[in-house]
Design a protein around this ligand. Structure first.
Ligand code: 0X9
Ligand code: ZN
Length: 413
């Protein structure tokens, strides 16, 4: 009861069981054209602590880089005027975000009973799916608990190994570390299914020559929250000061933690947390990764959206480690991806392709263990639907992504 009144007092505007709605919320795209516009947008982001306010789908981090911002109807006049007065051109990408969420909800309701890739799934459904794979392929699939979240949820994954001695080198697939990026868990589970069932010789080869570690829901508390309360939630759900919850689980890892591109403010979408590995989910998963690190040849992290294939590191623009191998290989992977349906990806170092972002999981894995292959995918699209990518795009997105994985892994047994 106390919590309920606390929420009311904070003007959060939702009862405990209700979902935040985004009726007539507009998604704008605009580009800060100078330092003044950039700091205006940054201040707006940092001042935002209620789900009914501005929601940054991407962060304003540099002059000249596009930003997508969802604006509530009672702020749109102010927002447009503020943009105009600073000579920032803006575009309306979506004029009623709730409509897109409703469409997604309807599809969920009518989705068939069986697990598949024509709709998105809940945390429980993903776990249930992993368990059925163990029953169906007992000699090949092993259920693993990689970690535990703040709210006590298991972070489940599977190992897929066709080698009786489990001596193949390991490939790790991470998704849904950012809760609202629903396409990512759909893609990694689709890939998992193909590893077990595909008859394509190229897929069979990469499937059987590696041991696979697939963890579809890295941030279970955040992901559950996107289904029960706020579709646009990104972070963990650890309570922090004021009325703010969650650190950004991709700013919380202990390799050059707090070295740019993360926020000290608990309300920010890129809050790095009070210290490295403050979040139970990142800490426990890092311990699990440590336990298998000597076997890993590849660590692949899946995000959305923007259609990018990103190379470490997020704290420096320097071309470190084996960039001279991973950059050309990344270009070839992007070519394979495009050859399926023409989807264009940009390949590059994180800092060059997007922005400084320190404390990411991939940086920690590569920086700590020297894993040869480390990429972060930013999957479809480039902003037409953003995080609310229609479910009919799940299979095409997954198919083209698998093409690129074949190209990458053919060369690293
Ligand atoms: O900002 C991020 O964490 C990722 N982009 S997103 O829009 N999905 O939030 C980029 C991750 C870059 N990777 C690392 N910094 N390791
Ligand atoms: Zn992300």
């Amino acid at each position: 009861m106390k919590l309920f009144f606390a929420l009311l007092a904070l003007g959060v505007g939702v009862s405990l069981a209700e979902k935040v709605r985004f009726d007539n919320y507009t998604l704008y795209r605009l580009t800060p054209n100078n330092e003044e516009s950039l700091s205006f947008l940054q201040e707006l982001e940092e001042a935002t602590d209620a789900p009914s306010e501005y929601n940054f789908w991407s962060s304003p981090v540099k002059v000249g880089a596009e930003v997508d911002i969802m604006v509530p109807p009672h702020r749109s006049r102010f927002f447009e005027a503020a943009a105009k007065s600073r000579q920032m051109d803006f575009q309306v990408v979506m004029d009623n975000v709730q409509e897109h969420i409703d469409r997604e909800d309807i599809r969920q309701k009518f989705a068939s009973e069986r697990f598949g890739w024509t709709s998105y799934h809940t945390y429980e459904e993903y776990n249930e799916y992993l368990r059925t794979l163990v029953d169906r392929y007992p000699n090949t699939v092993t259920l693993l608990q990689g970690g535990t979240s703040y709210e006590g949820r298991q972070i489940l994954g599977v190992r897929v190994s066709f080698s009786s001695s489990n001596l193949n080198r390991g490939v790790f697939l991470e998704s849904l570390i950012h809760a609202r990026e629903w396409i990512t868990g759909a893609v990694t589970t689709y890939v998992l299914n193909e590893l077990l069932t595909s008859t394509d010789p190229a897929v069979r080869r990469i499937a059987e020559n590696h041991d696979w570690y697939v963890f579809p829901v890295f941030n279970p508390d955040g992901y559950v929250f996107t289904h029960t309360s706020n579709r646009m939630w990104r972070k963990t759900r650890v309570p922090y000061s004021g009325s703010c919850f969650g650190a950004d689980p991709n700013r919380n890892w202990g390799h050059y933690w707090n070295s740019g591109g993360s926020s000290a403010l608990p309300c920010s979408e890129t809050y790095r947390g009070p210290r490295a590995f403050s979040e139970p989910s990142t800490r426990t998963m890092s311990e699990f990764i440590t336990s298998i690190s000597h076997r890993l040849v590849a660590y692949l992290s899946f995000h959305s959206y923007s259609q990018l294939l990103l190379i470490p590191y997020g704290y420096t623009a320097a071309y470190l480690d084996n960039y001279n191998v991973t950059y050309p290989l990344g270009l070839r992977a992007a070519q394979s991806l495009a050859s399926r349906y023409g989807t264009q990806y940009t390949v590059g170092n994180i800092v060059e392709a997007i922005y400084v972002a320190s404390g990411g999981s991939m940086d920690w894995v590569k920086g700590t263990y020297g894993t040869e292959i480390a990429y972060t995918y930013e999957l479809r699209d480039t902003g037409r639907f953003g995080f609310i990518l229609p479910a009919e795009q799940i299979i095409p997105t997954a198919v083209e992504t698998l093409d690129s994985l074949v190209t990458i892994l053919q060369y690293f047994q």
